[in-house]
Design a binder for this molecule. Structure first.
Ligand code: AMP
Length: 425
């Protein structure tokens, strides 16, 4: 038997309904904040990720699906390609390639789609997983650098989590400084690590030289007490970064959005500057991060583009769905009615009635006339329908139908014109 590849999975009904509900809600909420959809390719040049996410990150150093794509014609070059491990780099590449900044306006873009990382699979961690993300970026003249943008992004996220019905989340906030103040912090980390790195894992030993900030991403339990004792970024922020962070926090306070500052959260990707954030959910176990994001003021220039500060996030859709399931949210409209044709020639009448109800927005399924009444009722219950509507010869003649409430067991006759009202009572 051929099975789905390790770390990938099939999404089956009824779970797909929750996925669709989430995506539908995302589109609705993001539109209210004036975001538009962008779709970028699923694979890109490997260089795009190594130059943005960073060579020393877990993602680039261990987790990418990369291959050599051989030239097939004289006009083509052999290239190294990678399945996208995240989507911010692709969006910024598209922003640069299509000169989206030329309008002088902020670009507010969102995406929904699969991402790929060769991680060790477990619940909530897959090799193909789905992210819902958004980015707001643009020229500084459009205000892309200002704290209001950070706060608006966080406000949109809380609105989305409310709209899908997720409760019990925690928002962690930090500032990781900028290109100006980060070098001093990196040096402080290097100095502090000098005496302790020999007791740490191989990754930390290497990173303490190459990219000390990434030491803070380490998950090895034995290294945690050492990491706790390292210098804190908050003590190294320059005036501009400190002021920016204070303003973001002040706006969040005004909006009534609760958060906790977590000084260790540096978010695993090199392109972040200033604000970083993560939302976690208690019901998710060890993979508790539902979403993460932050500001990336130098990213466009790093990819040879114009100055285009921005901020964005990615929601782990798999984890959002898991958290909603753990909460047992009844967010989906259940099947309202099962239409039951009874007797020969009744299929077409049943389908006509179903068509009418569906046009009115009612979720309806249809039996078929070869079923006996008992089997139809049993099927209706298995499907979770609230009503069974019987379409027999007498009903068609009278244009009124026997409607059985499957919860109470009560059966009444209802005319076609009153049916919709009856089902919705
Ligand atoms: P990141 O792009 O690493 O900042 O991750 C953003 C969000 O994507 C995380 O908070 C997770 O919810 C989700 N995520 C990241 N990696 C995985 C994975 N391997 N499987 C499932 N979800 C993931």
């Amino acid at each position: 038997m051929i099975k789905a590849v390790r770390g990938t999975r099939d999404l089956l009904p009824p779970d797909t309904e929750l996925w669709n509900f989430v995506e539908h809600t995302v589109r609705e909420v993001f539109a209210r904040y004036n975001y538009r959809e962008i779709r970028t390719p699923i694979f890109e040049s490997t260089e795009l990720f190594s130059r943005s996410v960073g060579e020393e990150t877990d993602i680039v150093s261990k987790e990418m699906f990369t291959w050599e794509d051989k030239a097939r014609a004289a006009s083509e070059k052999t290239q190294t390609l990678t399945l996208r491990p995240e989507n911010t780099a692709g969006v910024v590449r598209a922003y640069i390639e299509h000169e989206l900044g030329r309008s002088g306006l902020l670009q507010k873009l969102y995406y929904i789609g699969p991402q790929f990382r060769r991680e060790r699979p477990q619940k909530g961690r897959y090799r193909q997983f789905f992210q819902i993300g958004a980015e707001v970026l643009g020229p500084t003249t459009a205000g892309s650098e200002l704290p209001i943008r950070d706060a608006e992004v966080l406000d949109m996220l809380t609105a989305l989590l409310d709209a899908v019905g997720l409760t019990g989340w925690t928002l962690y906030l930090n500032s990781v400084g900028c290109a100006k103040c980060r070098p001093a912090y990196n040096q402080a980390l290097r100095d502090a690590l000098e005496n302790v790195k020999d007791q740490m894992c191989g990754d930390c030993q290497r990173r303490s030289e190459t990219n000390p900030l990434r030491v803070l991403d380490c998950k090895v339990p034995e290294d945690q007490p050492i990491i706790e004792g390292l210098p804190k970024i908050a003590d190294y922020l320059d005036e501009g970064c400190r002021e920016h962070f204070a303003q973001v926090r002040a706006i969040l306070d005004t909006l009534g959005i609760p958060y906790q500052v977590n000084e260790r959260m540096v978010r695993g990707l090199d392109y972040y500057t200033r604000t970083t954030f993560e939302f976690t959910h208690g019901k998710l176990g060890s993979q508790s991060a539902v979403l993460g994001g932050g500001r990336y003021d130098g990213l466009s220039e790093q990819l040879d583009g114009p100055k285009a500060p921005g901020i964005g996030f990615a929601i782990g859709e798999d984890r959002l769905v898991l958290a909603l399931q753990a909460q047992q949210q009844q967010t989906l409209a259940p099947l309202k009615a099962f239409v039951v044709p009874l007797g020969e020639g009744m299929n077409r009448h049943a389908l006509k009635l179903a068509k009418q109800l569906r046009a009115d927005g009612v979720a309806v399924d249809v039996s078929d006339e070869s079923f006996r009444l008992k089997k139809s009722f049993e099927t209706a219950e298995k499907l979770g329908a609230t009503f069974a509507i019987i379409v027999g010869e007498n009903e068609v003649k009278a244009d009124a139908f026997a409607v059985k409430n499957l919860t109470s067991g009560l059966q009444t006759t209802v005319s076609r014109s009153e049916l919709l009202g009856h089902l919705e009572d």
